[in-house]
Design a protein around this ligand. Sequence first.
Ligand code: CLF
Ligand code: SF4
Length: 533
Amino acid sequence: MDSSAHLEPGAKGSDVDLEAVMQQVAEHKGCGTTSEGTAKPSCGSSDGPQDMPPEIWDKVKNHPCYSEEAHHHYARMHVAVAPACNIQCNYCNRKYDCANESRPGVVSEKLTPEQAAKKVLAVASTIPQMTVLGIAGPGDPLANPAKTFKTFELISQTAPDIKLCLSTNGLALPEHVDTIASYNVDHVTITINMVDPEIGAKIYPWVFYKHKRYTGVEAAQILTDHQLRGLEMLTERGILCKVNSVMIPGVNDKHLVEVNKAVKSRGAFLHNIMPLISAPEHGTVFGLNGQRGPTAQELKALQDSCEGEMNMMRHCRQCRADAVGLLGEDRSEEFTTDKIMAMEVNYDLEGRKAYQAVVEQERVAKVEAKKEEVATLANVESDIKILAAVATKGQGVINEHFGHAKEFQIYELSTKGAKFVGHRRVDLYCQGGFGDEDSLETVIRAINDCHAVFVAKIGGCPKSDLQKAGIDPVDEYAHEFIEKSAITWFKAYLEKVKSGEIVHEARGDAEIRQGALIETSEEWDERKVCNGV
Ligand code: CLF
Ligand code: SF4
């Protein structure tokens, strides 16, 4: 499909029949289907709901974290109403957001439930594709149950079409499962980094449970028991559960295969293995003792090895506890408390539905285009698999200038199709119209394992440097669908290899860029109070 046919979501008053469109989507492959169209579930590359009951599809179809497909189109927001925590992780120093669900960055401001409810309405009025409200910190939501559940109560009354989502370390989960169910929270994430308390003792120095502090193996045993019991209790109640695991090389990397089996057998829907974010300046135990995070290849290899019958999430952005927008973008600055209080909020449910119906049409068109292109690979024989980076602002389209990209999405190309396998954060190459050579080096290191980078536009200098680095800068698919374009390019690549025009060579590893915002000393003092440190 060319750019002219690309729908512009947002046309208010669309006469699209939402139910019909959803049904149309439901007849295509989905979150439980690989890009190859096989029956193996994989949210890492999903088009539709073929492998899941309609009630599950209904829960994931517009949740940007539970469906890779949806994350190109739908946004989420977090409200930072939960500052306290009941455990200590060695990757958190309490002056950053909860690393369970957030990269170590500060929340700009903590909110009361009432402020949070107002913020949700303001964002929902401004961003009609914002479909999910998550509470993910900055501490643990269930260590702050009154604020967390009050927030859910207010939002379910005023914005009933918004899905409610919760992320927890799981320590207090069993005692709150019935309350979670009573507020119609459909999605719960538990961060489970181990099922062996000996390994757990290397990750968690202590937990605080029933007014008592436990340490070492005993603490980890309590935590794992509660996490697994909480997971079982949630899945028994039909609540969709995602498990996040932080991959810590040399500590739990090999063990995460066991974790994967344990959570799968207890009914987890999705497993999200995330890289440890660790640097000395974060002041964490791991940061200070030099514990490194995984490389891109190590992370992918572990995710690949766990991708059997279990849905693997690969599009997590380890976002802040006050993030707003599509995954990979952050619009939280537009919605500070001052701005929200001055905003005229017009919660237009029908307008939101109409907008989302247009988004669904766009999504169906994209899925169709991909299917048609994948079909052309049917008789192509090759075992070559390569990675390609894509500059995109969303909607599943190559629509970002190389110099403006803050991240690149990574696709694995093979004769089975184009499969989303991750993303890489980068510095902006283009700073106010001038290319920054240091940034270009950073970008190249971040996508060094890719054979090509797809962009809407690119200047002559970076183009030439990318070529020198062995990465093909591809700009002829500007504003076209990502997967369809990538497959078309890949077929041409295979042809060139076959004809001898080029020699296929494997590429090296790449850097996973870590980013942390440093808190001011005032914020640090405030957080210490919140977390009892
Ligand atoms: Fe937020 Fe988490 Fe809900 Fe998503 S985030 S509470 S499930 S709405 Fe998503 Fe962000 Fe990754 Fe979390 S990308 S850190 S997985
Ligand atoms: Fe930090 Fe608590 Fe989150 Fe662990 S669960 S990362 S200690 S806020």
